[in-house]
Design a protein around this ligand. Structure first.
Ligand code: MN
Length: 201
């Protein structure tokens, strides 16, 4: 199976002013596309992996031949992480249901405390990487990963992810990663996050 660049759910200017159209264009059409191309090229001729989906591959990294493993971590992770990121974006925040809000409050104290802890994870991720809300053994947790490493490879289920590579925000926010993290909440579709939670539980 050849992996394909997924379509965005909205026009590239749909998340303005929080995420600008130019960033969306370069991020999706160039960066994500490159991950897809390099993933396909890493897996070329690897019969055993042709009909596996990306989740299955990233859950079982040890099955990969050593000489392509890191390329798959980087580019398979890049493909998977970005696919999730696009899927949870919305032109306007879609609020979480009372049920899901309560689960977040139970886990982190309040929605505000959750956002503070998530921001902390996003800012402490040195260099390139991601901040995540994941489900692990039935528990909601905040975590971060370097580069394109994906929580799925550590037995966690990603519910929400924020790309904190500079390519995700530098055009608009330059060095102001904290402002980008704050702006992100305006374009989160919590119904999508919640769907992933329902499936993962
Ligand atoms: Mn990115």
């Amino acid at each position: 199976m050849k992996f394909k660049l997924p379509e965005l759910r909205h026009e590239k200017d749909a998340y303005e002013p929080h995420i600008d159209a130019k960033t969306m264009e370069i991020h999706h059409d160039k960066h994500h596309n490159t991950y897809v191309e390099k993933l396909n090229s890493a897996l070329e001729g690897q019969e055993k992996f042709q009909d596996k989906d990306i989740q299955e591959i990233l859950k079982n990294l040890d099955d990969l031949p050593e000489d392509i493993r890191q390329a798959v971590v980087n580019n398979g992770g890049g493909h998977y992480n970005h696919t999730l990121f696009w899927a949870i974006l919305s032109p306007k925040e879609v609020k979480p249901s009372d049920d899901f809000k309560k689960a977040i409050e139970d886990a982190f104290g309040s929605m505000e405390k959750f956002k503070e802890q998530f921001k902390d994870a996003a800012l402490k991720q040195f260099g390139s990487g991601w901040a995540w809300l994941v489900l692990e053994n039935g528990q909601l947790k905040i975590t971060s990963t370097p580069n394109q490493n994906s929580p799925i490879s550590q037995g966690q289920v990603e519910l929400l992810g924020l790309d904190v590579w500079e390519h995700a925000y530098y055009l608009k926010y330059q060095n102001r990663r904290p402002d980008y993290v704050d702006a992100f909440w305006n374009v989160v579709d919590w119904s999508r996050v919640e769907q992933r939670w329902e499936q993962a539980k």
